[in-house]
Design a binder for this molecule. Sequence first.
Ligand SMILES: C[S@@+](CC[C@H](N)C(=O)[O-])C[C@H]1O[C@@H](n2cnc3c(N)ncnc32)[C@H](O)[C@@H]1O
Length: 343
Amino acid sequence: MFQIIQEGKAKIKVSREKKISKKLLVFYNPVMKLNRDISVLLLNSLRKSKLQIGLPLSGTGIRGIRFLLELKRNKIKSISFNDNKKDFLKTMQDTITINNIKGKNNIFISNEDANLFLLNSSGFDYIDIDPFGTPNPFLDAAITRLARKGILAVTATDTSALSGTYENACRRKYWAKPVRNELKHEMGVRILIRKVQLVGAQYDKALTPIFTYSKDHYFRVFFKCEKGKKKVDKILRKHDFFNTAGPLWLGQLFDKRLVKKMLKDADEETKKFLSVIDEELDIVGFHDIHRICEEFKIQVPKYETLMGLIKKKGYKVSRTHFNPFGIKSDIEKENLVLIIKNI
Ligand SMILES: C[S@@+](CC[C@H](N)C(=O)[O-])C[C@H]1O[C@@H](n2cnc3c(N)ncnc32)[C@H](O)[C@@H]1O
């Protein structure tokens, strides 16, 4: 049985089944609404227009339909939906009809393997790799078909490998050692970034993260692409270990000017999430205050008080979206403990 639901400005026909499963004929995951909200915001905030958009793993197509209905005028030159699911052509046609989308001559729909779809295309300015699990199988084809100044969006839901539950799986899939401590999500996403960059390096494409986050059961990274050997060499120089984790990406996770633009147009819920990222320092790693207080058997202070005192001593400090108990700062652990002990 089906029902019509709305997300953003898009409507889709979904199964009434309560349980989200890969086996569903139409795979719609409401938890990923924020993932799609952020994609819309990001594309609207970039100074790019006439984009050729490629969606190799479209699912219900809701992301692309939202692009068609919610991106500013002139943003889209063409949009290509693909999924290898049975009946995809028909369900996608239905979805376009339900949404009353006109001017269909710049919309293409195909029902192939994602890699064939990418390799047979003439290339895209924006490619969104949104798989079940690891993006690995699709990286080569996506990066080869990404325009010189294109944007690549990558989701990974195999966070158990990247965050250290399955260390060997991380070594096999991402060629790096993860950690299982409080830094696991940040280290995991930095390991993912390096892997994508290594694939890019093979094609002389330098991929720099412009927006990165970890949420619920997934990691998400948007990369801007620049072509050139020197640019790639610069990226590779920022790969190293952080304590025992890695090799991983030690460079920027965000383009802060872009985050500010995104904040302006965000709805209340997304704003809450984005404002933490807006203030988050681009420092690798963070201090988990709960952990530290447990270790030294001291009382957990109020975060605002603690952050004020750290700042007063001349250090940089911010919260981090990676961990509600974490603070990013250039303060050494010994000095941080001293401050907490004296509160
Ligand atoms: C997580 S869902 C995509 C969700 C969608 N992007 C969204 O925003 O709602 C992954 C999709 O990839 C499709 N898929 C998996 N492997 C594929 C492959 N090799 N080629 C094409 N599609 C594939 C599945 O049928 C599924 O619809």
